[in-house]
Design a protein around this ligand. Sequence first.
Ligand code: NAP
Ligand code: ZN
Length: 360
Amino acid sequence: MSNIEGEEHTQKAFGWAARDSSGILSPFHFTRRANRDDDITMKILYCGICHADLISTKDRFGLGLYPVVPGHEIVGEVTQVGPKVKKFKVGDKVGVGCLVGSCRACENCQQELEPYCPKAESTYTMFEHGTGEKNYGGYSDILVVNEHFSVHFPENMPLDAGAPLLCAGITVYSPMKYYGLDESGQHLGVVGLGGLGHVAVKFAKAFGMKVTVISTSPSKEEEAIERLGADSFLVSKDSDQMKAAMSTMDGIIDTASAPHSIGPLIDLLKPHGKLVMVGALGKAVELPVFPLLMGRKLVGGSSIGGIKETQEMIDFAGKHNIVADIEVISMDYVNTAIERLEKGDIRYRFVIDVANTLNV
Ligand code: NAP
Ligand code: ZN
C-alpha cells in the first residue's frame, strides 16, 4: 500500500527470490516504484553473493520476511534520472550496496554515518519508507534508488570483480579507518579468509601494513601468501602457532561467519590493541575481561560504512587496483553457488552475471 500520495509501484521488475527457509531461489515477478525526482533507475549488470544473502534466504535469524530477493553488491548502468538528480546521468556506471535509505536528518546521518541511523533501510528484507513496500535486492533486472545511496564506479574498475567491494569492501575498510588500523607499519590480523577477509588483506597491504591471516583452513595458507600478499598465516586451531604469535598485533578484523572463541584472538593483540568484529554472528560469544584490562585492549564492532566513505573506499580501490577474487556465475547457478558458499567452497566471491543470464 502506498502512503506517498499518488505513488504506485509502476516499474515491472523480474528477479529470483527465496520463498521459504529452504532458501531455494526461483524466478519472481514484482514491481518497483516509479522513478522519483531524486531517484535513479539502473539496469543491473552484476551482483555479488554475500554471506548475508545466505543468512536471509535461509532465514537463519528467524525474520520470516519472504519472498526475499537478495543481493546488496549491485553494479549497473543508469537508465533514468529524476529531475533533481545531481550526481548521475543516463549511461553512468553505478554501484549500490547494503543501504537504500535513512532519515537523512539524525546525528548519524548528518555525519554521513547512515548505517547507524535508526531508520537505516536495507537494500532487501526491509520496507521502503513512505510507501511501506518491500525492498528487493540485486538478483534482479532493475533497481530504483535515491541517488544519495548510489556511488560512482571508477572508470578502470572491472564491473564484475568490483561489485563485492560495495559490501565486503566497505565492511572491512570502514573499521580499519575508524579504529585507526590503516597505518603503514602496523600489524593487522584478519580472521576468516572469505569474501570480506580476502579484501581486508588487500586493503591492509595497500595501506602498507603487515598482515597475518588467522584461519580455520590450513589449505588457504599458500594462496593467502602467494596470491593475496599476506605476510603470514596462522591456523586458529593450532594452539602452538597461536601462542607463538601472542602480543604481536595492533589490531584484528574478525570476519568469521560462525561463532568462535575470541579469547585467543585478544591474546594476539599487543597492549592497546583492538579486535573489531564484523561477522554477523547469530549467537553471543564469551568475552574474557581480564586480558582486556591488563592490556587496555578494546573489542568493537562495525556495520558496513557510510555512503561518502563507500565512494572514498571504491575510489581508493580503483587507484590501487583492488578488486575481489571472483567466480562469475549465471543466475540459474545461484542455488548451487549458495550451497557452495555455505561449505566454504569459493575463492572468494561469487558474482552473478545478471545482465546476460537473467532470462524472463
Ligand atoms: P564468507 O565468504 O562465507 O567467509 C566467512 C569465513 O569465515 C570463511 O571463509 C571461513 O574462513 C570463516 N569461518 C567459517 N566458519 C567458521 C567457524 N566456524 N569458525 C571460524 N571461522 C569460520 O562470508 P563473508 O561474506 O565474508 O561474510 C563474513 C561475515 O560477515 C558473515 O557473517 C556476514 O554475514 C557478515 N557481514 C557483516 C557485515 C557488517 O556490516 N558487519 C557486512 C557484510 C557481511 P577460514 O576458512 O579462513 O576460517
Ligand atoms: Zn553483504
